[in-house]
Design a binder for this molecule. Structure first.
Ligand code: AMP
Length: 211
């Protein structure tokens, strides 16, 4: 762990787009335009803070292992990761969406043993086993909507915002698994060693979110 710098791991994509303006409101901005650079780590206007840009699923790993002090990522990623190796002190209430099951419109027959395609295999496993339902989980990395259309699976577990992607592919939402929003996670050792700086940032973010 770098004792001098506070390293914040951000999730690229939709979360980054919504989080950068929030960071701006608490007085933190990257030293250069993140969207115009191929760099993965950025200095900021504050000498002791650096920003790292990662895939969401790598954010918990960097934070748990201490290469980042703070991480900002979706609750879906944290649920799928399933670790308790970091603190999760703040809900930023950004990039909200839902984790849902979805199936083809008009598909009414349910096979005895459901085939479920998802990139969220742990979430899917936990959800169906929590209901005492035995399912076969098929791991995919993207374009989940294709799986039921092509007969690979009976349903999918995916993130839904407007539902337009499902609709465009002949699918509809079925069961609500969880509400998702952007969370702040903190490395456990950093919370002690860099307590004042982290606490002050958390307080400013918390105030900005509740405004
Ligand atoms: P929609 O068509 O609005 O329901 O959006 C569906 C797709 O957008 C999903 O399959 C996700 O890949 C992506 N998406 C929507 N909301 C989010 C979010 N908050 N975070 C990450 N991906 C999202």
């Amino acid at each position: 762990m770098n004792d001098k710098k506070l390293v914040i791991a951000l999730t690229k994509g939709r979360i980054l787009e919504e989080v950068l303006p929030l960071l701006e409101t608490v007085g933190l901005s990257p030293a250069e335009d993140i969207n115009k650079s191929r760099k993965l780590i950025f200095d900021t206007n504050l000498e002791d803070i650096q920003l790292m840009i990662l895939r969401g699923s790598d954010v918990p790993t960097y934070v748990e292992l201490g290469s980042a002090d703070i991480g900002i990522t979706g609750k879906d990623i944290l649920m799928e990761n399933g670790s308790d190796g970091y603190y999760e002190p703040l809900d930023l209430k950004l990039a909200t969406c839902r984790l849902m099951t979805a199936a083809p419109v008009n598909q009414t027959t349910t096979p005895k043993r459901l085939r479920v395609a998802s990139k969220f295999v742990n979430i899917a496993k936990n959800y169906f086993s929590g209901q005492g339902r035995q399912v076969d989980i098929i791991k995919l990395n993207g374009a989940l909507e294709l799986a039921p259309i092509m007969g690979l699976a009976d349903c999918i577990v995916d993130i839904v915002d407007t539902g337009n992607t499902l609709k465009a592919n002949g699918l509809e939402t079925r069961e609500h698994i969880a509400d998702v929003s952007t969370r702040v996670i903190v490395n456990k050792a950093a919370m002690k060693i860099k307590h004042d700086r982290i606490q002050s940032l958390l307080e400013r973010l918390s105030e900005a979110v509740s405004d």
